[in-house]
Each structure stands twice: as structure tokens, then as C-alpha cells.
Design a protein around this ligand. Structure first.
Ligand code: C2O
Ligand code: CU
Ligand code: CU
Length: 514
């Protein structure tokens, strides 16, 4: 194993990804082209430049900013080398030797999008669209952006190598703005900053490290997928433990956990409150002042942090979530720090922005309106090499489709977690609401397939009360979510957003039918 390296904190300033310019735009449509390529980028001031993959020569990719309802076309172009940057396991679904090693397909996470443009994992394509996967439908994707203002992100979704492609750098922000948002008078412009939080591990020479084998190696296979990847260094917007110079005023931050496996429990070491205004799917009804926010992979939270009267202070954003969550190792000196805010800039003008008392109405979906209830277990299994892997409802990716909601119908899904991990469960296309979480008797369930609750139902956390597309399903609990399927029909997926799980069978197709 190559030697890993420990890096000094707060050496670099936080980069802010550039806003992508469209190729053209008229009164009806906007058109972007986005190239994926391999290049070198400095991820830490005292480290050699690192070979990464990115969009438009940037990791994270440039931010795509659109207006709610704007019709946007994007041509995602693969200009990557033929050889992967990281060890590919040819035994996992979709990554066998019969397909090219480097495949890409882009998914806008949280988007309300037609099925052919959703980035189905088997709709992959190679450089120059030379080879394409069985579900490839079109070169230019269409996004109708039919949701309110929200913080989405785009990332690679190729079957069997998503963990490697995202780890290489293929992720960026996709922001939807709207009129209502502008009326709220939130901190905006340079005071509205997206923060993509990730963990990575570096080799001495500055290259990124991703293991070839799990801790207990699998001798029959040269390169094996690992049960989870935990990096020892935290990056924000592609820099190791950066700092950000701020003015003594309010800022809006869009927090995104874009790690493969690591969860973050975010706090400020000043003891200050984070005023959360948004969840995965946009604004909440009211802001909530919280001491900490839990973010599993792919979850977002929009917060306002008020630095007023804190001139001269350094404030650290910290993390104390064990990894893997919840039973893994505690954080260490390195992974307990995310980034630093330095209140050193003079106030450039009076801060007239506000933390609104009310944002948007969030009507609660009525449980009675559900026409169907699905009981879906999250469970583990053993493959023929003795490796543990995770499944949804005990089914592999290739099993016939079982989740087939009707267009316009409302369903309640019971996510029955009988594993020992918390799994961030994500559904494409729709936003859902969390109804509750409730402890149950796992042993009884395993033996008799009967749900026997052992405690009262717990309502979602205050910071989860809004539109969600990813939910933490904790061990020994049944997590209930409710959603209405639409406005499109067709094939989508639902999966665990721990990328090592998603890549190894913890993903299922689902279809919205007419
Ligand atoms: Cu963020 Cu199916 O993905
Ligand atoms: Cu998604
Ligand atoms: Cu999982």
C-alpha cells in the first residue's frame, strides 16, 4: 500500500466553483455543453497537483444555475481517457469485462426530469459516444426544472463504477432559482455559497488513494470492491480543510455531503446556531435554529450563518459523525474538522438581508391519500467470494422490476432496515416527506416476517421537515416516507447513496406507469 500523507489545515482559501455559461440561450431554451476530462488540479497548497476527473476542467464541476421552469438542454460529453484512475472491480454488476472500463452517465440529483434524461445507470456512454449502454436513449439531455428554488447537484451514475467516477471528481452543483426566493431577501450574490463536502485520502505524491482490496482481501479477485470507503482528509469544494474570509454579516451556505460513504454531523465550534432554511428539495416552511445538522451522502441543507459582531474571530465547522455510521470509528483530529471561517473582511455595506420568518407553504401529504403501501427491507447477503453486500428488498439490480407506482398516485414506503448500518435511501424523480421512524424487533422480523414495533414512532428531526429526496434509514428502525409519483412516466432508480453499496447491488430500477 502506498504511503499516505497528513496535510496541514487551513492552508488554502475556499474555492467557489465558477458558474457555467450556456453555449446559447433564446427566449425558449438554454443549451449547455459540458466536457468531462482528466487534468491536474491543486487540492492543497503544500501538495503536488492531483490528477482528477472533472467537468469543464474543474473539480467540483462548474455550477449550473437555472430558473425554475427554464427548459435546459445539456450535452454531457465524455473526453476521459480509456483507462480508469482507480481500481475497477470487474465482478460487480455492470462492470464486467464485456464493457469498456471508462463509462459515464450524468444524473442531476433531485431533478424532476423525463426518464430518458435522468442518467439511468445503464444509459452510459464512452468517449465520443463510441459505445453506449443498453438504456442509452439520447446525447442531449432535457431538464424542465419543474420544481421551486433548490440546491441540486449533478454527478456520475454509471453502473458498477459510480463510486470511482465520483471519487475522481465528477460532481458539481445545479441550482434552481425562482421569483419567490428573490422576494425573501436572503443573503445573495457573493454571500450565497455552495459547500461540497467530501472525504478523500492522498498518497505521498499528491495522487488520490482508493483501495484495491478490502481490509480482509479477497484472494480470488485481483481488485475487489470494498464495503465502504472512508477517507482520512476532508475537502470542501475540492480543497483540503480550506478557510473562508467572511464579513461580519449573514451568509447563506448550501451544504452538500458528496462523500462516498462518510456521514457528517456538522456544528460550529463557536456554539452558534445554524439557521436552516432548506432541505434537499428546497425551502422549508419556517427556518429552524439548530446546533447540529446530520448529513448522509447526497443530503443537502441550506443554512444561514450570522457572523455579525464576530469581527476577528475564527470559527470552525466541525464534524463528529462516526464512520461508517453509526457503529464505525470516531472522528480523529483530522476528520473532526471541515473548514474554517475567518471574520476578517470589513463589512462592505450594511447587511439588509434577513432570516425570513416564513418561506414557503409545505402542505403535508395526507397518509390517507396513499393508494399503496410497500414494505421494503434493507438487508445484507453474501456473494460467492464470501463478501458481504447489501440489497434492497432482497433483490439484485437485475431482478424483474417490482416497484411500479402509477403516475399521479401516492405511496407510502416502509424502509425496513435489518442491517447494522444507516443507509441514505434516495429516489429519483420525486421529492418525498418523512413520516416517521420507529424501532422494531429485527429478530422477530427475520424469523416470522412480522413487524413488531418496540417503541413509539419518532417524527422526523426539525431539520428534515421539508421536501427530501434522500433519507437516513437507521438500523433496527422502520423509516416511512410518503410521495406522489410524477409528473413523468418511465424508468428511474432508487438506491442507497453510499456509493460502495449502490455500486454493489443496493440499487433497484423502478418504473412509473400510466
Ligand atoms: Cu445522487 Cu441516483 O443519485
Ligand atoms: Cu438522484
Ligand atoms: Cu447502504
Amino acid at each position: 500500500m502506498p504511503e499516505k500523507i497528513k496535510l496541514e489545515k487551513f492552508v488554502d482559501e475556499l474555492p467557489i466553483p465558477p458558474i457555467l455559461k450556456p453555449r446559447w440561450k433564446n427566449q425558449f431554451y438554454t443549451y449547455y455543453e459540458v466536457n468531462m476530462s482528466e487534468f491536474k488540479q491543486s487540492l492543497h497548497g503544500k501538495l503536488h497537483a492531483t490528477t482528477v476527473w472533472g467537468y469543464e476542467g474543474s473539480y467540483p464541476g462548474p455550477t449550473i444555475e437555472v430558473e425554475s421552469g427554464e427548459i435546459v438542454f445539456v450535452k454531457w460529453i465524455n473526453n476521459l481517457p480509456d483507462k480508469h484512475l482507480f481500481p475497477v472491480d470487474y465482478t460487480v454488476h455492470g462492470a464486467h469485462r464485456d464493457v469498456p472500463e471508462v463509462r459515464t452517465v450524468v444524473h442531476v440529483h433531485g431533478a424532476c426530469v423525463e426518464s430518458e434524461s435522468d442518467g439511468y445507470p445503464e444509459a452510459w456512454f464512452t468517449k465520443g459516444f463510441k459505445q453506449v449502454g443498453p438504456y442509452f436513449r439520447k446525447q442531449i439531455y432535457r431538464y424542465d426544472n419543474c420544481t421551486h428554488a433548490c440546491t441540486l447537484w449533478y454527478h456520475d451514475h454509471s453502473l458498477g463504477i459510480t463510486r470511482l467516477n465520483v471519487y475522481a471528481g465528477l460532481a458539481g452543483f445545479f441550482l434552481i432559482r425562482d421569483h419567490r426566493e428573490r422576494l425573501l431577501n436572503l443573503p445573495s450574490g457573493k454571500y450565497d455559497i455552495p459547500l461540497m463536502i467530501q472525504d478523500k485520502t492522498f498518497n505521498q505524491d499528491g495522487s488520490l488513494y482508493y483501495p484495491k482490496q478490502p481490509e480482509k482481501p479477497v484472494p480470488e479477485i485481483e481488485t475487489s470492491i470494498i464495503p465502504e470507503f472512508i477517507g482520512d482528509t476532508i475537502l470542501v469544494n475540492g480543497k483540503v480543510h480550506p478557510y473562508l474570509k467572511v464579513e461580519p454579516r449573514k451568509y447563506r451556505f448550501r451544504l452538500l455531503n458528496a462523500s462516498n460513504t462518510r456521514f457528517f454531523r456538522i456544528k460550529l465550534d463557536s456554539g452558534q446556531l445554524l439557521y436552516q432554511i432548506g432541505t434537499d428539495g428546497g425551502f422549508m416552511q419556517h427556518p429552524v435554529g439548530v446546533k447540529e445538522i446530520m448529513l448522509s451522502p447526497a443530503e443537502r441543507a441550506e443554512v444561514i450563518i450570522d457572523f455579525t459582531n464576530l469581527e476577528g474571530k475564527n470559527i470552525m465547522m466541525t464534524n463528529d459523525a462516526p464512520a461508517p455510521f453509526p457503529t464505525g470509528d470516531p472522528v480523529n483530529e483530522n476528520t473532526s474538522t471541515v473548514m474554517q471561517f475567518r471574520v476578517t473582511l470589513p463589512l462592505s455595506s450594511v447587511d439588509t438581508s434577513v432570516i425570513p420568518a416564513y418561506m414557503i407553504p409545505i402542505p403535508q401529504i395526507n397518509e390517507q391519500s396513499a393508494s399503496r403501501v410497500r414494505y421494503l427491507s434493507l438487508n445484507d447477503n453474501m456473494d460467492r467470494y464470501g463478501r458481504e453486500f447489501m440489497l434492497l428488498d432482497n433483490k439484485q439490480w437485475d431482478a424483474p422490476i417490482t416497484e411500479n407506482p402509477k403516475l399521479g398516485s401516492t405511496e407510502i414506503w416502509y424502509l425496513i432496515n435489518i442491517t447494522t448500518d444507516t443507509h441514505p435511501i434516495h429516489l429519483h424523480l420525486i421529492n418525498f416527506q418523512i413520516i416517521d421512524r420507529r424501532d422494531f424487533d429485527v429478530e422477530k422480523y427475520n424469523k416470522e416476517k412480522i413487524i413488531h414495533y418496540t417503541a413509539q414512532a419518532i417524527p422526523p428531526e426539525p431539520y428534515e421537515r421539508g421536501w427530501k429526496d434522500t433519507v437516513r434509514a437507521n438500523p433496527n428502525q422502520i423509516t416511512r416516507i410518503i410521495m406522489k409519483f410524477g409528473p413523468y412516466t418511465g424508468m428511474y432508480v432508487w438506491h442507497c447513496h453510499i456509493l460502495e453499496h449502490e455500486d454493489y447491488e443496493m440499487m433497484r430500477p423502478y418504473i412509473v406507469i400510466r
